[in-house]
Design a protein around this ligand. Structure first.
Ligand code: 5RP
Length: 226
């Protein structure tokens, strides 16, 4: 069922591509569906900035041009999913360990379109998933201790090395009543590369594949898309 929901939501998301510019693309199973649809609908785009090796591989297989982010001035639209998103468009991301690239590319983009199935649209962040943090391996014990100071339990993710050669801590029992404050707190711990809370760079539009196979679009700020 979840695959079908990712699929129908991706089909709506793709309609937001109105010109042939470069788009940003995230990572994960939802985005894998999105890339398939991008190919089958023959969207005529100039190229793509990709957030992970997996996405890049798939995009190359379909002959999309891959651009390097440092050579680009700005990205129009960024498409990605999330592990959880709330009604303020704040997210937990990083289930696929690509959070650092995802945060950089989305922050470089004018509009962030988040594609999800209904299970990911939550009242409060952190009830379903831990918050991932990419960290420098040397800082592991120190960071775990700093998180313990705020009552959180951080567990190193087994068998995971990020594309930047770092490790991931999955953080449980974080008090996320004020996720903006927590994102800042964790960002300030030495050795943290990226925290998978997206409260500064929130989504602009969320596209939800619902259990009854309809799709809802939330575009609170009425972002006009090219
Ligand atoms: C990867 C991510 C993904 O967007 C998130 O984990 C959702 O993945 P999926 O589409 O497989 O459910 O943040 O780092």
């Amino acid at each position: 069922m979840f695959n079908k929901l990712k699929n129908i939501a991706s089909k709506i998301a793709i309609k937001y591509i109105k010109n042939t510019n470069i788009i940003g693309i995230g990572s994960g199973t939802t985005i894998s569906h999105f890339i398939d649809i991008l190919y089958t609908e023959k969207k005529n785009i100039k190229g793509v900035i990709s957030a992970s090796k997996n996405s890049t591989e798939k995009l190359k297989k379909y002959n999309f041009n891959i651009y390097e982010i440092n050579k680009i001035k700005k990205i129009g639209i960024y498409f990605d999913s999330a592990d959880e998103i709330n009604n303020k468009m704040q997210m937990i991301k990083g289930g696929g360990a690509a959070l650092t690239n995802e945060k950089i590319i989305s922050s470089f983009s004018n509009i962030f379109i988040c594609i999800i199935d209904q299970s990911k649209y939550v009242k409060q962040l952190g009830k379903l998933h831990p918050v991932p943090i990419e960290i420098i391996p040397l800082a592991k014990a120190f960071i775990i201790k700093q998180l313990l100071c705020i009552g959180a339990i951080a567990k190193p993710r087994i068998n995971t090395i990020t594309e930047h050669g770092n490790i991931i801590l999955d953080v449980y029992k974080l008090n996320l009543n004020n996720p903006i404050k927590i994102e800042k707190y964790i960002n300030n711990i030495p050795g943290v590369v990226t925290v998978g809370l997206f409260t500064q760079r929130c989504a602009d539009i969320v596209i939800i594949g619902k259990n009854d196979y309809t799709v809802s679009v939330i575009n609170k700020k009425n972002f006009q898309l090219y």
